[in-house]
Design a protein. Sequence first.
Length: 255
Amino acid sequence: MTVPSPSGESNYKSHISDTVYEEKLRQSFAYYSDKWDNQNLSYHYKIKRQWLLNTIHEFYHDPQKTNLNLKILDAGCGNGLYLIDIVEALENIYGVDGVGVDLTEEMIETSRKRALDLKGKYEWFPMDLENDDCKSKLGEQQFDIIMMNGVVCYFKNIPQVLNSLKKLLKQDGKLIIIHHNPNNLTNLVLKIKSLLESEFIWVRNPSNKEITTYAETKGYLLKKYQILPCGGMPYFLYSLGKIFWDGYGLVFTLK
Ligand SMILES: C[S@@+](CC[C@H](N)C(=O)[O-])C[C@H]1O[C@@H](n2cnc3c(N)ncnc32)[C@H](O)[C@@H]1O
């Protein structure tokens, strides 16, 4: 069942049923699994990647501890681009195990191929974060870092997913969420498109405040918040600043 936003905003898929939505979502991501490479968004990609790396250093860098062996879960890893880049960049500093899960087998397959012959340690699992029992897929694994980049808007029940991820986070672990601002220009254009084309599924991006409220009610504490470009927005518009600010990065710990 879909949970409406705290302010009762209309839902992205009010005109179609849950099962139709789930099937369309799966088909759409399966289709893009071997097409996306973020090359055309490289400016945004590099900033998000750097922000993730800086954030991990900020919380974990300690010259006294050389082999922390960080375990990182990329929940909704897509084609594996971010997880792989991050594991390869941090491997020599901390020792990292990367686990990527995604709704579609196709995304997982693309990620697996991308990681072949690299030096980092990876595991990849198809998994529906809303409906699957995480424990049955991941066993007793617990993570230092769980990241979700551009994923939360696809959940029908965000609080429920945040709650189930708690089981996978170590007591001092960090949940890192990157997402789009609901009022960014791209989202407004897509919203208009969805009004004109009934078949087009517009996904309502949750705001930073909404995510924070959900997380706090589920036992997380906000540790860091930053405005970020999240993709889709040309640089000159992003540089117009807060009028069209594009997205945000949030870091939570367990209370
Ligand atoms: C916009 S893509 C982002 C992919 C990746 N995190 C990145 O930044 O490149 C969203 C991803 O979330 C995945 N996803 C959506 N709903 C999901 C669910 N319920 N469980 C797991 N993954 C999901 C999709 O399959 C898709 O790969």
